[in-house]
Design a protein around this ligand. Structure first.
Ligand code: T46
Length: 137
């Protein structure tokens, strides 16, 4: 989890993200997801190289991540906190609340070949990846 600096006063809240200071990679792309029905599940993939930070700017979004060993469930509900997701982490986003806005900061331009969209493929690739990195999963 990352804390985003927030400045609050009687005018409201302002959150500021300083690239390379608050985010552990160079930001090359920003996208945001809106108008998602509450029964929709998005994600269901992993990335080979991409690093990302997810920030829920409005409303609530639930996130389920799997690092090859264990699942973790995270609720994103505050514009001053983000979750960092590195390569070879499976992710699903679900239970989008009404009016929710999920913003994502990404380390690379969009590249479909970086996606692993099959869970079986993810399991075999991630085991090789973690073994190469010296992380015995
Ligand atoms: C991720 C999660 C958190 C683009 O053309 N450019 C882009 O930068 C992105 C992110 C997507 N697209 C196109 C590709 C698809 O035709 O937008 C469409 C929806 O993408 P996708 O189904 O991959 O969306 P999600 O919500 O399942 O996943 C997205 C990101 O793709 C992914 O990298 O980690 O959000």
């Amino acid at each position: 989890m990352l804390k985003i600096p927030q400045f609050s006063d009687d005018k409201g809240n302002l959150c500021a993200i300083e690239a390379s200071i608050d985010i552990p990679f160079e930001i090359k792309r920003v996208y945001y997801i809106t108008d998602v029905r509450s029964d929709t599940v998005r994600g269901n993939h992993s990335h080979r190289k991409l690093h990302q930070v997810l920030i829920c700017l409005n409303g609530t979004v639930r996130l389920r991540v799997y690092n090859g060993t264990e699942f973790d469930d995270i609720t994103l509900s505050s514009p001053n906190e983000g979750v960092y997701i590195g390569p070879h982490v499976w992710r699903e986003m679900h239970d989008f609340s009404d009016q929710s806005v999920l913003m994502v900061l990404a380390s690379q331009h969009y590249d479909e070949s970086d996606y692993i969209r099959s869970f079986d493929q993810y399991i075999s690739e991630s085991q090789r990846f973690f073994a190469q990195e010296g992380l015995n999963k």
